[in-house]
Design a binder for this molecule. Sequence first.
Ligand code: 5GP
Length: 197
Amino acid sequence: MIILVTGPSGAGKSTFIGELMARDPRLAFSVSSTTRPMRKGEADGVDYDFVGDAEFDRLLADDAFVEWAPVHGHRYGTTWRRLRELTEAGKIPVLDIDVQGGVQVLEKFGDQMVSVFLFPPSWEELERRLRSRATDSDEAIAGRLKTARHEVTFAPRYRYWIVNDDLDRAVGKMQAIIAAEECRASAMGDPPLAADG
Ligand code: 5GP
């Protein structure tokens, strides 16, 4: 199982994923590589692997990416190395990636993906959240809102939809989804009891 969480920036994905991982130690965040400059409060190798353009080009040439996409003027990608690290450690990877990357991993991993589109409660609330960050310019915020309207058109490709109106409730729903996915017959391989056992 690989968990994919997509939603417009400002939908509260980072907080949602942070809380989800705090409640379930089997989950681990898949750290993406990005050419975006580091924001205050972020740490290299934790929030992202912050790389320069040349390094990103090198990774591309090496076929290092499971998926990658340009987002808001910077490049972001999931490396096979990071994903493998998690699966080899027996963790359930959690990917926080945009719709372009989402499409790529859904094609690559198909049924193995537990895909969730996270919605903000309203467009007004999304704008309020983006403004309260105060890290981006008015122009950047307007761009993010425009991108958000485009991104929600991809929601039908995701298996689950969660509205992040209340963090505790939204994370509770995600835990229920994971529990249900683990009970899917196709996820179990062999039945827990064999008929001839
Ligand atoms: P931010 O710059 O606000 O951290 O992230 C901007 C957007 O990039 C978010 O929607 C996030 O989901 C997306 N993103 C982060 N990492 C990746 C990645 O590895 N691949 C893709 N395709 N998108 C990513």
